[in-house]
Structures are given as structure tokens and as C-alpha cells.
Design a protein around this ligand. Structure first.
Ligand SMILES: Cc1cc2nc3c(=O)[nH]c(=O)nc-3n(C[C@H](O)[C@H](O)[C@H](O)COP(=O)(O)OP(=O)(O)OC[C@H]3O[C@@H](n4cnc5c(N)ncnc54)[C@H](O)[C@@H]3O)c2cc1C
Ligand code: SF4
Length: 388
């Protein structure tokens, strides 16, 4: 056997062992290991501030307590590239302002985006991390995923910059709750998704736990829908190639899952629409976290919610054609009946999952005629998905 072949085999074995190990551990374990291994937010071998995770003090609805910051965007002229794409006949969708491209195109710009995030938005990042408002398309989010995924920024550099600048001498006050919340997105979530991708592909790309088959409604390509939450999340995606995490998960992803859309179609849309979409991070988020098509590899339960949760985290429902409190009847919010129809459709699979079994029991306890009403409403909506 040649020397190079031996080396490849040994490395291959090591990689396989790592992949096998990765398959067995969950995100929190990886996150803690990474914190210890790279000595990030650690004090004498313990997590800074005494906790690994400060989620419970974060995640508020946007309450105007702090003014919404201006998005940190650029005004780049990329008309040469757009002309080349057109010349090559690459099909595109959405709008692009070729003379006012808002994303960084140089490392200097990416670094500038990082420092303005740390100065102005990091101090409130965790608090409003899951908030959605019609008043802003990015709230306190960093907008750094494009710079990270194109390697203009290194993840460790981003983490270290946030930690360094949040120390007293810089004059920027960032509490441990905000800082840990941000560090976890990169060191916890991003690295975890990367590990899942390498340990489960290519089989991952064919997973369809719920056997969903529906097509993606037309309004994903146009934002032409009366559902205000969907219209807002999709239209900013078509204009800025960006939606923040909770919009991708609780709005567009949630709706696709409730509507029973085939995960391939959901994947293709997410891969096509977002500025930060590269397969290794996109597919695990879409198929795994959002569509639960991997059946419990990334998430421990399917992320489905009715209008109640959307109303809790956003102001979208206040200006919507549909009524968020209404489960059935004229102008009832589609998320409500579709939610219960989803629970009904998959009750056997869901009953075995301790994190959602309670919803199956609630469904089973409902009066039969109420259940029939909800299912009939969901069927009505499923028949006219494109017109909602
Ligand atoms: C259905 C769906 C599809 C997604 N597709 C992509 C994708 O194609 N590319 C992509 O980079 N992210 C994707 N994400 C993860 C996340 O939504 C984006 O990273 C984030 O919205 C980017 O905006 P930001 O830079 O302002 O993030 P912030 O909210 O400011 O977070 C900071 C950074 O943490 C990292 N991060 C946070 N959450 C995740 C996560 N779940 N997975 C990986 N990294 C994370 C990102 O690098 C991000 O820049 C997806 C999430 C969902 C639910
Ligand atoms: S009422 Fe329903 S469709 Fe309208 S914004 Fe609220 S959750 Fe979305």
C-alpha cells in the first residue's frame, strides 16, 4: 500500500471515530466542552457568572425600552457581478439593488460590521434575540453570518472581539447574559450544526421523518399573502436576503412544517433565498431544526407553534387580516387550525416524544365535534394555501 493511502486511511479512521462520537452527544455537551477547551467565558474552571446558559433571563418581546438601532449595512456597487450573473442566464428571484448592495464585500467592511454590532447591538442581543417587530428587519442581531460563512471573519475572532470589547476598559457595558447568549450562537449552535453536517451527510439530505409531500406555497416567492407575519418575513428575505433566526424558525419554517411541505422544497427555498446560505449550515437548520425531518437528531421536538406564540413574540398579529385568537371560522388564523391538524396527523409519532406528548393528550381530550371543526378548517386552508 502506498504511503499516501495509509495516511488517508488512518485519518479516515480518526474522522469516523469523531463522527461516531459526535452522533452520540447533544448540543449542550458540545457547547460546554468547547467553552472548556478554548477557555471561553470560564473562571477557574467554572462558567463565568456561575451558569453555562442565561437563556431564562433573555428572549423578551420587543417593548421599546431601548430604541431600535439602525441596521449596519453598506452601499456597495456590485453591478458588474449582477451583469455577469444575468449574462450567464442564472435564474434568480427577489430584488437586488446592484448599486446599493448592503452586505460587506471586503474584510475591512466585515470588521466594521463586527465592531458596530459590539458597540450598539450586543448590549441588548440576548434580551431581544427571539423578538420580532414590523419596525425592524434585524433588531439587535449581528448580521455577521455572511462574513463568517464566506470566511471574511473567523468565528474565534468574533467571539474574542465580543469578549474583549465588553470588558470595562472599552466603555461598552455588556452583561454576562447578553455576552453568553451571543457566544453560544457561534460556539454552541454554529459549531454543533457543522458537526451534525459532517457526521450525518449525505444521508441527512434525504431524511423526511413525517413523510411530507406538499409543494411550497407560491407566496414564498412573492410575499403576496394576507398573513402579516409571513408577508413581513418573506418580503424582507426577498429584498435583503435576510431574516433573523426566529423568523426563519417560527414563521416561514413553522408554516412549511404545519402545511406538510416536502423538506426538499423547503431546503431549496432556504438555500436560494438567504445571503448566508451555504449547505453545511443551511441544511441542518432547515431539515433538522426547522422541519424535524431528521427525527430528533438536531432538535428534541418539532418546532411547531400556533398564533399564540407568534403573538407573544411579535407585533405582527396587530396588523393582520387574520385574527390570532380565532381557531376556526371566517378570518381565523391559519396557524391555529393547521397546528392542531399537524398534531392529529402525526399523533402516533408525537405521542412517544415526552416534549410534545402533552399536546397529543390535549388533542385527545377535546370534544369530538371541536376536533372535527379544527380539522375541517385546516383542510379548507390546505386546499387554498396559495391564496391565504
Ligand atoms: C430554517 C433555518 C435556516 C437557516 N439557514 C442558515 C444558513 O443558511 N446559514 C446560516 O449561517 N445560518 C442559518 N440559520 C441560522 C440563523 O438563523 C442564522 O445564522 C442567523 O439568522 C444569521 O443572522 P445573524 O448573523 O444576524 O445572526 P445572530 O442572531 O446575530 O447570531 C450570531 C451568529 O450566530 C450563528 N448562529 C446563530 N444561530 C445559528 C444556527 N442555528 N446555526 C448556525 N449558526 C448560528 C451565526 O453565525 C450568526 O451570525 C438558519 C436557521 C433556520 C431556523
Ligand atoms: S394572526 Fe396569524 S397569520 Fe396573522 S400575523 Fe398573527 S400569526 Fe401571523
Amino acid at each position: 500500500m502506498k504511503k499516501g493511502t495509509t495516511l488517508r486511511l488512518i485519518l479516515g479512521d480518526q474522522l469516523n471515530a469523531q463522527h461516531r462520537w459526535f452522533r452520540k452527544v447533544r448540543k449542550d455537551t458540545i457547547y460546554r466542552l468547547m467553552r472548556k477547551r478554548y477557555d471561553i467565558l470560564m473562571e477557574d474552571g467554572r462558567p463565568a457568572g456561575g451558569k453555562w446558559n442565561y437563556d431564562h433571563s433573555n428572549r423578551r418581546r420587543y417593548d421599546s425600552a431601548v430604541p431600535l438601532p439602525e441596521p449596519a449595512v453598506f452601499d456597495n456597487d456590485v453591478s458588474d457581478i449582477v451583469a455577469m450573473i444575468d449574462r450567464c442566464g442564472v435564474p434568480t428571484f427577489g430584488d437586488i439593488d446592484a448599486r446599493g448592495f448592503i452586505w460587506p464585500v471586503t474584510r475591512d467592511q466585515a470588521l466594521h460590521q463586527l465592531s458596530t454590532f459590539i458597540d450598539h447591538r450586543l448590549p441588548h442581543f440576548g434580551t431581544y434575540q427571539d423578538a420580532m417587530t414590523a419596525g425592524s428587519w434585524c433588531l439587535f442581531h449581528s448580521l455577521l453570518s455572511f462574513g463568517l460563512n464566506t470566511k471574511m471573519l473567523h468565528p474565534m475572532e468574533v467571539i474574542q472581539a465580543a469578549i474583549a470589547r465588553s470588558q470595562a476598559t472599552s466603555g461598552v457595558t455588556v452583561s454576562i447574559e447578553q455576552l453568553e447568549g451571543f457566544v453560544r450562537q457561534i460556539l454552541g449552535w454554529r459549531e454543533y450544526m457543522r458537526g451534525i453536517y459532517w457526521s450525518h451527510m449525505p444521508a441527512y439530505a434525504a431524511m423526511n421523518h413525517f413523510g411530507h409531500t406538499a409543494g411550497l406555497p407560491d407566496f414564498y416567492w412573492t410575499a403576496d399573502t394576507r398573513m402579516n407575519c409571513m408577508r413581513k418575513a418573506i418580503s424582507q428575505s426577498l429584498t435583503h436576503a435576510y431574516a433573523h433566526h426566529i423568523q426563519r424558525l417560527m414563521i416561514t419554517g413553522n408554516f412549511a412544517l404545519l402545511a406538510g411541505v416536502h423538506p426538499d422544497r423547503v431546503d431549496n427555498w432556504y438555500l436560494g433565498v438567504y445571503i448566508d446560505a451555504v449547505q453545511w449550515v443551511e441544511i441542518v437548520n432547515t431539515r433538522g431544526m426547522s422541519q424535524f425531518a431528521d427525527g430528533c437528531i438536531v432538535a428534541t421536538k418539532p418546532y411547531v407553534s400556533s398564533a399564540n406564540d407568534i403573538h407573544k413574540m411579535s407585533d405582527y398579529c396587530e396588523d393582520c387580516h387574520y385574527l390570532w385568537r380565532k381557531p376556526t371560522g371566517d378570518r381565523s388564523c391559519p396557524f391555529n387550525s393547521l397546528y392542531w391538524a399537524f398534531i392529529h396527523r402525526h399523533r402516533q409519532k408525537l405521542a412517544g416524544n415526552p416534549r410534545v406528548a402533552m399536546m397529543v393528550r390535549t388533542w385527545n381530550r377535546m370534544k369530538d365535534d371541536r376536533r372535527q371543526e379544527l380539522l375541517a378548517q385546516a383542510e379548507t386552508y390546505r386546499a387554498v394555501l396559495n391564496d391565504l
